[in-house]
Design a protein around this ligand. Structure first.
Ligand code: R5P
Length: 292
């Protein structure tokens, strides 16, 4: 059977080429045009009967989601047989319940939308907290590669003495990662007071001396990691660094981390950013290759 083709939007072409090299599969560019009124037009190059994998990381997601639906329609009209979405960062997963009256469950809305256009969705660490698996979110087959899979090989060589998760939600992720690499770990208790206002208490951390690594799935405003770093220094940690999966980095986030004394931040390449040091294409390629 012929190899599937990776179809990438211009903003994900670099990532798709990495993935294509890891798999030995061809990469086609999806052409994108924006009309003066803001609407989008996509053009794909595909062969009838082929298997297609659309690659796009969904940071700054709103326009990208519409364009993904257009690309899926174009690929079907070109006769593509099966359609997979690889979204290294999958957006809208945080709103997994109604937190305040009058809100939607955004996670389910996105799942229904994309699940109607793709047979399969694959991402890195989908930020699932109150929902156990992406199978509950999407009507199609959907998988999230756990953060520990991509971070552990890097962490094994990094030489930290303690892993710290900033909040209770990070516990399964931090515990799993710490057990995998044989490090002490602890998690804080977080209270969010606003988009960029957070307090983190670290009462249970065995945190004297040494080099602690804060780990989190997402950095956005940087407030969570900054508050956790401040707490660690207050407990006598000598140096605090941070490793994150999805480097969303809203404006001001890097300065906020620097001001809190975070000595180094590294991230995976699910979202392009100067802190990217950990490649996720090998993990995605392993999963995609298993079934081809
Ligand atoms: C929350 O559940 C996430 O794991 C992150 O801690 C959060 O999204 C980070 O956001 P910020 O950088 O804005 O504090």
């Amino acid at each position: 059977m012929a190899s599937p083709t990776l179809h990438a939007f211009p903003d994900s072409l670099v990532f798709a080429r990495r993935l294509g090299r890891a798999l030995g599969w061809p990469v086609e560019r999806i052409e994108l045009h924006h009309f003066p009124d803001g609407e989008s037009l996509v053009r794909v190059r595909a062969e009838a009967g082929a298997r297609a994998i659309v690659v796009r990381s969904l940071f700054e997601p709103n326009e990208k989601i519409v364009e993904l639906l257009l690309a899926a329609d174009a690929l079907r009209r070109a006769g593509v047989g099966s359609l997979t979405l690889v979204a290294p960062y999958l957006a809208y997963m945080r709103q997994d319940r109604v937190f305040q009256p009058g809100e939607p469950v955004s996670q389910r809305v996105l799942g229904a939308l994309l699940g109607a256009s793709f047979e399969r969705v694959l991402c890195i660490e989908a930020h699932l907290h109150r929902v156990r698996s992406l199978a509950e979110v999407f009507p199609c087959r959907a998988e999230s590669i756990p953060a520990a899979t991509v971070l552990a090989p890097w962490l094994e060589k990094a030489g930290h003495s303690l892993l710290v998760g900033p909040d209770e939600e990070s516990e399964p992720f931090v515990r799993g990662l710490a057990e995998q690499v044989g490090l002490d770990w602890c998690v804080g208790t977080k209270r969010r007071h606003g988009d960029a206002e957070v307090t983190v208490a670290l009462a249970e951390c065995p945190a004297r001396g040494g080099r602690a690594l804060l780990v989190d799935d997402i950095v956005s405003s940087g407030a969570t990691l900054a508050a956790a770093a401040t707490g660690l220094y207050a407990q006598g940690v000598e140096r605090v660094e941070a490793a994150v999966v999805h480097a969303l980095f809203a404006p001001g986030a890097v300065d906020r981390l620097r001001a809190a004394g975070v000595a180094q931040v590294v991230s995976t390449d699910t979202i392009p950013h100067p802190t990217n040091q950990i490649a996720t294409a090998p993990s995605l390629a392993r999963v995609l290759a298993e079934e081809s």
